[in-house]
Design a protein around this ligand. Structure first.
Ligand code: C2O
Ligand code: CU
Length: 486
């Protein structure tokens, strides 16, 4: 078995799909955690963060691999609720280090956001914490630790949070597609020696050499001709921006980061760390094969489709209906918005004064250039507005209801996946030029040397994180926070 280890490089270890008649266990059993707001007593669901093992590789190639997971599983149990429910989950920490759960993408009550030292105390080994919160939006979300997430997520602590629409969309089946890359050694073990490696932190982050979908090697799915699927895709990798191509399938994007969009035909899905995309996918009308392939390294199959049996209906269906809208804040008030620069600096090949080459039109005084000579020895290699790591003062303070425009100024040689807690924002300008407002997202991919201006209504009171979801970048300093008052 040839391992193509390329630490820091973009190449995933190549995997061909299993040709035997293996049914994919793509659909795990959901665990319902939602309940009516009035219910009392114990939590509806318990999640036990603890060591476990998982068959990340085909068994002929080694493993199982020792991981950390919720209930010892990767992905963890699906937490499933209905729009408007109260989710009620108790975390038990069976790890030998503190942890928390962050409910990524949920416009959540601040006290339940799971950020250690900002919204709660870290949950010590052996201790418990009960999360109870309403889920205002239907959609595909996920959960993961927010303490040492660069290690805990890489070891397998994550799961999907699915919030169902009031009315289920008209599809034949739902398929989950949780993509992750793992850095495994030749024996199929998690490469622990490279945790905290500065090369990763200052470059793209921890890139893996093994791809899993739903915690397994790529599988084959048996579908009927003309079958219509809803695909819930999520990227739980520490740092890899996945690029998936759809081959032989008709597909429409129907939601991004949990928020519905007008259905648009698509043949390629780019997913930055933390992002989700919901697709409606139609199997072709004739028996044969189709595939979703991963294209950031060597092109290889991430999910194969064996189209077989009688057509599920005689003709292909027309484009799907839009999902019902979520109760996002009504209107952006761009004319009276608080304009805030988020100047991202640092990283390899970028610790010089790159600001100058960006043609920036700053919205405030320029912060001092970080003193990399003093910061880098402490593992701080990225900065936001001149500060590396958690700043004492918030990036901004907004009165509840105020429109805020964050100008993400990426003055580095690397893309960044900027994640906003407690809110969704939409890009309204790029490189200073107004654009047709883009979809609402909680995580925005900002390319090197580009400016993306993301607007949101600060309608959720509390202290919220804003950070890069390339988890080594966050740990290396690319994080800040903001306050919504009232
Ligand atoms: Cu998914 Cu602050 O993270
Ligand atoms: Cu980053």
């Amino acid at each position: 078995m040839g391992l193509t280890h390329r630490l820091g490089g973009p190449t995933l270890r190549r995997r061909t799909i299993l040709s035997a008649g293996l049914a994919a266990t793509v659909l795990a059993l959901p665990r319902f955690a939602g309940r009516p707001a009035a219910a009392a007593d114990g939590p509806a669901l318990r999640l036990h963060a603890k060591p476990g093992q998982a068959g990340l590789l085909p068994s002929a190639d080694g493993g199982p691999t020792r991981i950390w997971g919720y209930d010892g599983l990767v992905p963890g149990p699906i937490v499933r609720a209905r729009k408007g429910d109260i989710v009620d989950v108790e975390l038990e920490n069976g790890l030998d280090q503190p942890t928390t759960i962050h409910w990524h993408g949920v416009r959540i009550d601040n006290a339940m956001d799971g950020v250690p030292h900002l919204t709660q105390a870290p949950v010590a080994p052996g201790e418990r914490f009960r999360y109870r919160f309403a889920v205002p939006d239907a959609g595909t979300f996920w959960y993961h630790p927010h303490h040492a997430s660069w290690e805990q997520v890489a070891r397998g602590l994550y799961g999907l949070l699915i919030v169902d629409e009031d009315e289920a969309p008209d599809v034949d089946r739902e398929i989950l597609f949780v993509a992750d890359d793992w850095r495994l050694d030749a024996d199929g073990r998690i490469d622990e020696g490279s945790f905290g490696e500065m090369h990763d932190w200052a470059h793209a982050g921890r890139l893996g050499n093994v791809l899993t979908i739903n915690g397994q090697p790529p599988q084959q799915l048996s579908v009927r001709p003309n079958e219509r699927l809803r695909l819930r895709m999520a990227n739980t990798a520490n740092a890899r921006v996945f690029s998936f191509t759809l081959d032989g399938l008709a597909a429409w994007t129907v939601a991004v980061d949990g928020q519905p969009v007008p259905p648009a035909p698509t043949g390629r899905v780019v997913l930055a760390p933390g992002q989700r995309v919901d697709l409606v996918v139609d199997a072709p009308p004739a028996v044969g094969e189709a595939a979703i392939a991963e294209a950031t390294g060597t092109l290889f199959t991430a999910l194969g489709f064996r189209v077989e049996g009688e057509p599920i209906r005689p003709d292909p269906r027309s484009a799907p209906q839009a999902l019902a809208a979520n109760p996002l804040p009504a209107a952006l008030d761009l004319a009276d918005a608080l304009q805030v620069d988020v100047i991202i600096e640092g990283g390899a090949m970028g610790m010089g004064p790159m600001r100058g080459s960006m043609g920036m039109r700053p919205h405030g005084p320029l912060p001092p250039v970080p003193d990399w000579g003093a910061l880098a020895p402490r593992g701080l290699v990225w900065a936001v507005n001149g500060v590396a790591g958690h700043p004492d003062a918030p990036l901004l303070t907004a009165m509840r209801g105020r429109t805020v425009v964050l100008h993400y100024i990426n003055a580095t040689r690397w893309p960044h996946a900027m994640h906003l807690h407690g809110h969704h924002a939409r890009v309204v300008a790029r490189d200073g030029q107004e654009v047709t407002p883009e979809p609402w997202r909680d995580t925005h991919l900002v390319d090197p040397m580009q400016v993306a201006s993301a607007a949101f209504v600060a309608d959720n009171p509390g202290d919220w994180m804003l950070h890069c979801h390339m988890l080594e970048h966050q740990a290396g300093g690319m994080e800040t926070w903001f306050r919504v008052t009232g």
